[in-house]
Design a protein around this ligand. Structure first.
Ligand code: URP
Ligand code: ZN
Ligand code: ZN
Length: 466
């Protein structure tokens, strides 16, 4: 028994056309016109709707811990499904004393397998750059984890990485096609500014942005690019947020260097003044790098449209407001104690459609590329992110006519706020298939715990090939 989706507008990263798409078991079996159903097939009329590939969110935190406070985990991954994302890639911090592969495989068994409601893959985060660990990097490729991230920011935290670790990772990674990613912010600049602000009594959430201006991101982006040049390896810059960092990426790319990057939905629509909201509301918007101004948002929209950035992720962090974002509140506390990161797993596609496609900033094809196709290619997920025969039957039927308002009360992230609360929403994923199984129907999640499966990534992802 298959599923035939008829008369939808099928959107790929390259084009769009009206047609039918036939899902046979877990796979896309046919795309064309006037496909005839077999006995027992479900037939869905998608007239007036868009048919998109299921999204690939390559920057998700289901295990991130900030100063002892932990985000919601894979038990909330149905929020991804409801938002049209059928594959997530989670960052797993290496545990001190354990190897990279041992860490991720332990985590996978206890926290993802049998729990996740969408398909999943992992990036390793190296926190313990001993020689044996560096030597393990090439083995990630064969084990199905062909990407690794290092945090240039977060001085004093166990996951901060120095330049020597980054350079060695780049050198080792390229031996077998492992793509190295960096969170690019200068940790020392942030540390000095943070201490000075706190000494001056400037402790509220807004000073989070003051402590890490754009120069902090630009400097680290440039440094990461030079480290990659020395290693003669590609590099991927996660969450690019500002014009100055973009200039570094663009300049390196035009010099012929393989420098790739993403931005995230919240950097495209939220403003640093959100950190100044009354009461302690500003804490909801503490994420790193910090939110920017309109000038930077315009530069980001232009960059994603012109293919100068390659993906739009969520950087989802399920910290709640009441108990976790308040960690910076009170005597002796400051913005530096507020857990970094915002929940946005469910609204990535909604934000990109409403504020990107509907406002003419990006085309539907570009949206598909940024939210599904390129992230799959960058991470070596060769059956994901595309509506093509032989690919996984991860499909979204998107209703462009829907009009609503985003609220945490109607989402599944399990967090007590949304940074997009009250945002107008145009269009929504109405039906979602995960490898041929319907997991969202009439915009309601109907799947089961454990529907998601682990997807091995292949090495030499797109950053090696472009
Ligand atoms: O603020 C953020 N982005 N938190 C999550 C960890 C990271 O830096 O990506
Ligand atoms: Zn980061
Ligand atoms: Zn992140």
């Amino acid at each position: 028994m298959g599923t035939l989706i008829k008369n939808g507008t099928i959107v790929t990263a390259e084009n769009e056309f009206t047609g039918d798409i036939y899902l046979d078991g877990e796979t896309i079996a046919k795309i064309g016109k006037d496909i005839v159903p077999q006995d027992g097939d479900e037939v869905i009329d998608a007239s007036g709707k868009y048919v998109l590939p299921g999204g690939v969110d390559q920057h998700v935190h289901f295990s991130f811990t900030y100063k002892g406070s932990k985000v919601r985990g894979f038990e909330t991954s149905n929020a991804a499904a409801l938002g049209g994302t059928t594959t997530v890639i989670e960052f797993v911090n290496q545990e001190k004393g354990k190897g990279l592969i041992e860490t991720v495989e332990d985590y996978k068994k206890t926290d993802a397998d049998g729990i996740s409601m969408v398909d999943y893959a992992f990036h390793l985060v190296m926190v313990d750059p001993r020689d044996e660990v560096i030597d393990e990097i090439p083995k990630l490729a064969e084990a199905g984890y062909p990407t690794m991230k290092l945090f240039m920011a977060y001085k004093g935290q166990f996951f901060h990485a120095d330049d020597d670790a980054i350079l060695k990772a780049l050198q080792k990674g390229k031996e077998t096609g492992v793509t190295i990613m960096v969170h690019a912010e200068n940790a020392d600049m942030i540390d000095v500014a943070t201490n000075q602000l706190i000494a001056e009594g400037k402790t509220g959430p807004y000073y989070h942005a003051v402590s890490r201006p754009t120069v902090v991101e630009a400097e680290a982006t440039r440094r990461a690019i030079y480290l990659a040049e020395m290693a003669d390896a590609p590099i991927y810059i996660v969450h690019v947020t500002c014009r100055e960092a973009l200039e570094e990426v663009k300049a390196a790319y035009s010099r012929g260097q393989k420098v790739f990057g993403e931005t995230c939905a919240h950097y495209l629509v939220l403003d640093e003044q959100d950190l100044n909201r009354p009461g302690y509301e500003g804490a909801k918007y503490v994420c790193s790098p910090a939110l920017r101004t309109e000038e930077h948002r315009n530069a980001l929209w232009e960059a994603v449209d012109r293919k100068q950035l390659n993906a739009i992720s969520s950087d989802h962090c399920g910290f709640d407001y009441e108990h976790q974002k308040h960690m910076g509140y009170g005597e002796g506390k400051s913005f530096a104690d507020i857990p970094n990161g915002c929940p946005s797993l469910q609204n990535r596609l909604n934000i990109l459609w409403t504020y990107g496609v509907e406002e003419g900033k990006i085309s539907r094809q570009r949206l598909v590329d940024l939210y599904a196709t390129s992230p799959a290619k960058i991470n070596g997920l060769d059956k994901k992110g595309q509506l093509e025969v032989g690919y996984d039957a991860d499909v979204v039927i998107f209703d462009p006519a829907y009009e609503g308002v985003i609220s945490y009360e109607t989402n599944l992230e399990g967090v007590d706020y949304s940074p997009f609360e009250g945002f107008r929403q145009k269009g929504r994923p109405e039906t979602v298939f995960l490898r041929g199984k319907k997991i969202v129907d009439d915009a309601k999640y109907i799947g089961d715990k454990g529907d998601g499966k682990f997807i091995k990534g292949k090495p030499y992802g797109a950053a090696y090939r472009w």
